[in-house]
Structure formats: structure tokens, C-alpha cells
Design a protein around this ligand. Structure first.
Ligand SMILES: NC(=O)c1ccc[n+]([C@@H]2O[C@H](COP(=O)([O-])OP(=O)(O)OC[C@H]3O[C@@H](n4cnc5c(N)ncnc54)[C@H](OP(=O)(O)O)[C@@H]3O)[C@@H](O)[C@H]2O)c1
Length: 329
């Protein structure tokens, strides 16, 4: 039977994980084009934490129902919806997805292909949309492309996709995690714990440097990235795992007239149908190539959503999921 209420993780005010509480709220009747999804797994993302912190470039009103990514089953549909009850779906842009049920516009649903479970789909959807859009930023055919965080969620997709598109991929990861980009097709891997990453990139590119660098780290890696770019190369920053960058224009001159962009996914996609197509392609990659979906670092029940975010924000390696569980669904 269709539920009248849902359990959802809500941040009452901007702040750390301590502002998150799991509450019960009414589910309004579905409007035209809306779908009710019973959530099997919610994927947590660094953007959730940045938005909840309240001082990010993307802002949302509080109280804020947290989460944007999930996978689950369609259990009810509004007027004019073609999706069928029982369909297995996933996606991103599902606002308030850290819940046992979420109402989603139909255009934001992506079918989960056979061969992929809910947890894998909830690990790939958001990263897949980002990685797919990132591939549109700079010419890639034959490019020497560095991927920082190559063992992370977006990084694994970038390594796999770039390798298949004919780029020469140089994957950077910490310690034994270099095995992950190597298995996904990177031509070279660099252990960032083992020494000078810029020198290592220069060494594998015959001294020239990289044509393009994908960097989710920002603060700690920015100058290393400048030091390993080829003349007129491009640094694409798409996250700030170690805080923002403070830089002078003149540094770009000294690095060889290089380009630096702060990636905005919205500037590279044409509406949700396009986002859904990117996610579909990423899910197919995850079916075809073991290791794309990556390990699960932790599963937390919905009532412990705050602990799930603590795990994410303390540097979990692998996807952190909130799993509402049968008693709550
Ligand atoms: N639309 C978008 O713009 C969009 C969408 C999705 C994600 N993002 C951003 O992309 C970034 C990555 O997201 P994700 O989900 O892939 O995260 P993730 O799975 O946690 O991976 C991040 C990776 O970065 C590496 N790393 C961490 N600190 C580092 C440091 N100081 N120096 C170098 N490498 C470091 C870690 O690997 P090693 O320790 O192995 O190096 C880690 O695996 C986040 O900043 C997120 O906000 C943006």
C-alpha cells in the first residue's frame, strides 16, 4: 500500500553532521509527472556535505532534506507518467534522497540495467553524471590525461571512460590503491604517497607534461597540477576535497599559458534527459567492467544518517551508503 508518511534525514540548519536528524514527514499526493520511489540505497556525496555546510557555491534553503542520489523501486506514479510500478531505478538530483521514500520527477529516473544491484547503482549514478559531463570539457583523443583521485568514485569512471576514448591515462592514487586505475585501463599509475607527482608525470610524458588534468582536490594539488601541465594544457578542477584555491593570474603564464577551469556540470549538459543518458552510459560501463562501481566503505541505517556523513567526511575510501532497510521501507 502507498505510504502516507516517510522517514527522512533533515539538516535543521547549516553545519556539520550533528545538525542532521531523521524525522517523519507527510508525503503529499503525487503531482503530474511525479513518481514515488521506495529507496533501497542512498549514495552519499561530498556535495551533500558542502551544501549542508552552508558556505558552498551551491546554496539551498534550510531545513534541508539531505541527499541527491539513490536507487530503489517505483511504487506509485502520478498523472501522465510512463514509468511502471515495480521498475528498478536510480538517479541524481533526487532532492531529499536520504530517506525511505522519495518523490522524483519522472525525467530524473534512470532504469537500472540487469546485472547491477541497487547499491552499485546508488554508487555510480551521481559520479557517472559528473564523469560524463567532465569528458566534454577538453579535446581528449590522444591526449595525455592525468586523473587525480583515480581510485575514487568519479576517478574510476574517468579512467575507464577516458581509456576507452583513446586518451593516454595517468592515474594518481594513494599507496596500493594504484592497482585500481591500473586494472581499469590507465596506461601509467602514480602513487601520490611515494614522492613528487609532478616529476613522475613529467617522466612518463617524456618531459612534456599532461595535456589535461582532472582534479577533485583543489587546495593541496593545485600547484602540483600547474607544475605537470604541458604548455597550453588544461587543468579541470571539479571538487575541493582539501579546500579552495588561492592563485595569481601570473602563475598561469609561468606554467606555460595554461587553462584552468572550475567545472560546472550544468554548463555541459542539456537538461535532465541528457544527464539521464550520461548515467545510463555509466551504468553500462559498470556492468561491462568490474571495478567501476567500486567498494562499499560503509552501510548505515537511516536513523544513523549523521554517522554515515561522519564516515564520508573523515575520508572513507569507497562509497558510503544509507540503507533504509526492510523495517523502514
Ligand atoms: N558535478 C560535480 O561537479 C561533481 C560530481 C561528483 C563529485 N564531485 C566532486 O568530485 C570529488 C570526488 O568525488 P568522489 O565521489 O569521486 O570522491 P571519492 O570517491 O571520495 O574519491 C576522492 C579521491 O580523492 C583522493 N584524495 C583525497 N584527498 C586527496 C589529496 N589530498 N590529494 C590527492 N588525492 C586525494 C582519494 O584517493 P587516494 O587517497 O587514493 O588518492 C579519494 O579516493 C569531490 O570533491 C566531489 O565534490 C563533483
Amino acid at each position: 500500500m502507498e505510504p502516507k508518511t516517510r522517514r527522512v534525514a533533515v539538516a535543521g540548519r547549516p553545519g556539520g553532521p550533528e545538525v542532521i536528524e531523521t524525522v517523519t514527514e507527510d508525503l503529499p499526493p503525487l503531482g503530474p509527472g511525479q513518481v514515488l520511489v521506495r529507496v533501497a540505497a542512498t549514495g552519499l556525496n561530498h556535495a551533500d556535505s558542502l551544501i549542508r555546510g552552508g558556505d558552498y557555491v551551491v546554496t539551498m534553503p534550510f531545513p534541508l532534506a539531505v541527499g541527491v542520489e539513490a536507487a530503489g523501486t517505483v511504487i506509485a506514479t502520478g498523472e501522465g507518467v510512463a514509468a511502471e510500478v515495480g521498475a528498478r531505478v536510480c538517479g541524481t538530483g533526487w532532492l531529499g534522497s536520504c530517506a525511505d521514500h522519495v518523490v522524483v520527477p519522472e525525467e530524473r529516473l534512470v532504469p537500472i540495467p540487469d546485472g547491477l544491484g541497487f547499491e552499485e547503482a546508488a554508487s555510480v549514478a551521481h559520479a557517472g553524471a559528473a564523469a560524463g559531463a567532465l569528458l566534454r570539457v577538453w579535446p581528449l583523443d590522444g591526449a595525455r590525461a592525468v586523473v587525480w583521485g583515480a581510485a575514487g568514485a568519479v576517478g574510476r569512471l574517468l579512467v575507464t571512460w577516458l581509456s576507452r576514448k583513446g586518451a593516454e591515462v595517468i592515474g594518481v592514487a594513494g599507496g596500493s590503491r594504484v592497482a585500481i586505475p591500473r586494472d581499469l585501463g590507465a596506461k601509467h599509475v602514480i602513487d601520490r604517497d611515494a614522492g613528487d607527482v609532478a616529476a613522475a608525470v613529467r617522466a612518463v610524458t617524456g618531459g612534456r607534461g599532461a595535456d589535461v588534468i582532472f582534479d577533485p582536490v583543489a587546495g593541496e594539488t593545485f600547484r602540483t597540477s600547474l607544475a605537470m601541465l604541458a604548455p597550453r594544457g588544461c587543468l579541470i578542477n571539479y571538487g575541493q576535497l582539501t579546500g579552495p584555491v588561492g592563485a595569481e593570474f601570473g602563475e598561469l603564464f609561468k606554467a606555460g599559458g595554461v587553462f584552468v577551469t572550475k567545472f560546472n556540470a550544468g554548463a555541459y549538459v542539456d537538461g535532465y534527459a541528457d544527464v539521464a543518458a550520461l548515467i545510463r552510459e555509466a551504468l553500462e560501463l559498470a556492468v561491462a567492467q568490474p571495478g567501476v562501481a567500486g567498494p562499499i566503505a560503509g552501510r548505515f541505517p537511516l536513523d544513523r544518517a549523521a554517522d554515515a556523513f561522519r564516515a564520508l567526511e573523515s575520508g572513507a575510501r569507497g562509497k558510503v551508503l544509507v540503507v533504509p532497510g526492510p523495517e523502514e521501507s
